[in-house]
Design a protein around this ligand. Structure first.
Ligand SMILES: Cc1ncc(C[n+]2csc(CCOP(=O)(O)OP(=O)(O)O)c2C)c(N)n1
Ligand SMILES: [Mg+2]
Length: 567
C-alpha cells in the first residue's frame, strides 16, 4: 500500500462528504493524521479550521454543526489526542448534533507492540457514538474507491439523520504519510456531482385518533433544532389561544401565547394546582426547569411527546403517546380540525400571571448590573440576525427565567445535551465560523477558565466573538444547593474561587477587554464589539452571595405578583 493508495482513497472519501453537503471540518496537528488533514484541506468545498487543542477542535466542530445543521468532520492524530474529543462527542450524542470523528491510527501490525502514541481506539467513545467503523487499510482499487465513497455517505447520513449524532471512523494509516507523485484521476464518483448514496427520511404525520386535544391544553416547547417549525408553533399557539411554555432554546418564545416565566408561575402551589391541563403537547427536549418538570410529572393529563427522531425524553414516565413526526405534521393535524375547543379564559389567566411575574421581576432587578439583569438585557438588545450562545450553569438558568417573550429576538443556543461547562468558548467560535450575524457568548468565569484555550480561535482563525463574562469568582450556582451549607469544604472544593484577572487572558490571546460598571456602559460595549471585528471579553463583576439574595428577592416579588394576579 503506497501513499498514492492512501491519498486516492481519502480524496474520494472527502469528495463524497462534500457532495453530501459538508461545509466545515476541523483539524488538529499530528503526524499520523497528515493524510486525513491534507485531504480535508485540499477538498475545495470544505472549509477546514485548524486547532491546537483537540478538545477545542471537537467543541468548535460541535458549534459549527449545531449552527449549520449539517455534519462537521473533526480529525486528530492517534493516542490521547483522540481521547480529548470525548467530551464533544458525548455532548453531540445527547444534544443530537451531527459530527463525523475521523481518528488516525497505527495499522494493525503496530498495535499493542509498544509503538509510540498507540492506544486501543476501537470503540473509543463507547455507546456515545451512533456508529463506529474500523476502516482498515486498502489498496485504491476501483472497488475500494467505491467502498470509501459509500463509507463517507453512510457516515454522513448516519450522523445527519434520525436522530442526528456523532459517528466515529478509525483510520489506520501506513507510512509513507505524504505523497511524492501527483494523484491520478478517479472516475468512480457519480454523474452531476451527486452523492454516491442518498437516504430519504420517511414522511410522517400525527395519528391523532382518540387523542384529539380539547379543553385545557398547554404546549411545552423545549430545545428545538427546527427553527422554522418553532416559529410556526408560536403562531399556531397564539391563533388557537393555547399557552405555550417556551424554553428560550425552543426558538418559540414569541407571540401572544408564549409564557416565559413558567418556572416561577409553577413554583406557586395555588397557580400550579389551578392550572392543571387536560392535555399536554410536548415538543423538542424537556426544559430544565425543575418546577416545570415536577408539575408535568404530577399531572393526570394526556401527554403526547412530538419529536421527529422519536427520542425518549420522559424521566417521569408520564407520556402516553410519542409521535416521531416533525412539528409541521403536528400543526397540520391540529389546524385541519377547524377550531380546537379551548376552555374560555384559559390563555388569559396564564397571560395575566406571566405578565405580572415579568413586571415584578423587572422591578425587583432595577437597573443595577447583576447576573440576571445582564442575561435579560443581552437577550433583549440582540436582534434576530444575532446568536446568543449561553453557557451552562447560572447563565442558561437566568436566560430561561428572566428573558421575556419577544417578536424578533436572537437565536438562543446552548450545550444542553450533557449540560457540561467544558468547551463552551470553542463551541461558540464554531457557531461564529458558520454564522454571518454576530455571535454573543454569555458565560461564567469557571466555564471560561475551563476552555480558556478556546480563545486561540480568535487570532488563529480570525473569528470574532463577543464574550459577556459574568465573573463571580467561582461557581455561583452551587450557592443555590444544599451543599452551600457544608462550610468546611464548600468554598475551596465546590465554589472553587480562582482570583483570575481575565484581562491578562484577553491580552495573551489578543482579544479586547472591557469592564463596564453600568447597564449603559455594558450596552455600549456590546454594541461596539458587535460592530467591530475583534473578539472582546466584556467582564461584569458580581458577588455570588449577593446574587443568591437577589434571585430570592426577585422570585418572592414575582410570586407575590402571581398570587395577586390570581386573586
Ligand atoms: C465539564 C463539567 N465539569 C463540571 C461541571 C459541574 N458544574 C456545573 S456548574 C459549575 C460551575 C460553573 O461556574 P461558572 O461558569 O462560573 O458559572 P456560575 O455558576 O458562577 O454561574 C460546575 C463546576 C459541569 N457541568 N461540567
Ligand atoms: Mg461563576
Amino acid at each position: 500500500m503506497s501513499a498514492t493508495d492512501t491519498y486516492l482513497l481519502l480524496r474520494a472519501f472527502c469528495d463524497e462528504l462534500a457532495r453530501c453537503g459538508m461545509e466545515h471540518a476541523c483539524t488538529a496537528p499530528g503526524s499520523r493524521c497528515t493524510p486525513i488533514v491534507l485531504s480535508l484541506v485540499r477538498e475545495p468545498r470544505i472549509c477546514a479550521w485548524s486547532h491546537v487543542d483537540e478538545r477545542s477542535a471537537g467543541f468548535f466542530a460541535l458549534g459549527a454543526a449545531k449552527r449549520t445543521g449539517r455534519p462537521v468532520a473533526v480529525t486528530c492524530t492517534s493516542g490521547t489526542a483522540a481521547a480529548n474529543l470525548a467530551p464533544a462527542v458525548i455532548e453531540a450524542r445527547h444534544a443530537r448534533v451531527p459530527l463525523i470523528v475521523l481518528t488516525a491510527d497505527r495499522p494493525p501490525e503496530l498495535r499493542d507492540v509498544g509503538a509510540g502514541q498507540t492506544i486501543d481506539q476501537l470503540k473509543l467513545y463507547g455507546d456515545a457514538v451512533k456508529w463506529f467503523f474500523e476502516v482498515g487499510v486498502h489498496e485504491a482499487t476501483p472497488a475500494a474507491l467505491r467502498f470509501m465513497r459509500t463509507l463517507a455517505c453512510r457516515a454522513y447520513w448516519t450522523a445527519a439523520q434520525g436522530p442526528p449524532g456523532p459517528v466515529h471512523l478509525n483510520l489506520p494509516l501506513r507510512e509513507p504519510l505524504v505523497l511524492d507523485v501527483p494523484l491520478p484521476a478517479d472516475s468512480t464518483g457519480r454523474e452531476d456531482q451527486r452523492p454516491y448514496v442518498t437516504v430519504e427520511p420517511a414522511v410522517q404525520s400525527v395519528p391523532w385518533s382518540g387523542h384529539d386535544p380539547v379543553g385545557r391544553i398547554v404546549i411545552v416547547a423545549g430545545a428545538e433544532r427546527d427553527a422554522v417549525g418553532a416559529r410556526e408553533l408560536s403562531g399556531f399557539a397564539a391563533r388557537a389561544a393555547i399557552p405555550l411554555l417556551a424554553d428560550p432554546l425552543s426558538g418559540a418564545r414569541h407571540g401572544d401565547a408564549a409564557i416565559a416565566h413558567y418556572d416561577l408561575l409553577l413554583r406557586d402551589p395555588d397557580f400550579a394546582a389551578g392550572h392543571r391541563p387536560d392535555f399536554v403537547i410536548r415538543t423538542g427536549e424537556l426544559p430544565t426547569s425543575k418546577p416545570l418538570r415536577t408539575w408535568l410529572a404530577g399531572l393526570d393529563a394526556a401527554q403526547i411527546a412530538i419529536d421527529p427522531d422519536g427520542t425518549w425524553h420522559d424521566p417521569d414516565a408520564v407520556v402516553g403517546m410519542r409521535v416521531p413526526a416533525p412539528l409541521h405534521a403536528v400543526l397540520d393535524g391540529l389546524t385541519a380540525g377547524e377550531v380546537i375547543p379551548i376552555e374560555p379564559g384559559w390563555l388569559d389567566s396564564w397571560r395575566a400571571a406571566d405578565d405580572a411575574a415579568g413586571r415584578a421581576l423587572s422591578d425587583a432587578l432595577g437597573d443595577e448590573l447583576s447576573e440576571p439583569l445582564v442575561a435579560r438585557s443581552v437577550g433583549e438588545w440582540l436582534q434576530n440576525d444575532a446568536t446568543l450562545f449561553v453557557a451552562s450553569s447560572m447563565p442558561i438558568r437566568d436566560v430561561e427565567l428572566y428573558l421575556p417573550a419577544r417578536e424578533d429576538g436572537p437565536r438562543v443556543m446552548s450545550n444542553r445535551g450533557a449540560n457540561g461547562i467544558d468547551g463552551t468558548v470553542s463551541a461558540a467560535f464554531g457557531v461564529a465560523a458558520a454564522e454571518d450575524g454576530p455571535v454573543v457568548l454569555l458565560i461564567g468565569d469557571v466555564a471560561l477558565a475551563h476552555d480558556i484555550g478556546g480563545l486561540l480561535a480568535a487570532r488563529r482563525l480570525n473569528l470574532a466573538l463577543t464574550i459577556v463574562l459574568l465573573n463571580n469568582d467561582g461557581g455561583g450556582i452551587f450557592h443555590f444547593l444544599p451543599v452551600a451549607g457544608e462550610t468546611d469544604a464548600f468554598e475551596e472544593h465546590v465554589a472553587t474561587p480562582h482570583g483570575l484577572d481575565f484581562a491578562h487572558a484577553a491580552a495573551l490571546y489578543g482579544s479586547d477587554f472591557e469592564r463596564p460598571r453600568t447597564v449603559g456602559e455594558l450596552k455600549a460595549a456590546v454594541e461596539r464589539s458587535i460592530a467591530g471585528d475583534a473578539t472582546t471579553i466584556i467582564e461584569v463583576r458580581t458577588d455570588r452571595v449577593e446574587n443568591l439574595a437577589l434571585h430570592r428577592r426577585a422570585a418572592d416579588a414575582a410570586l407575590d405578583a402571581v398570587a395577586r394576579a390570581g386573586s
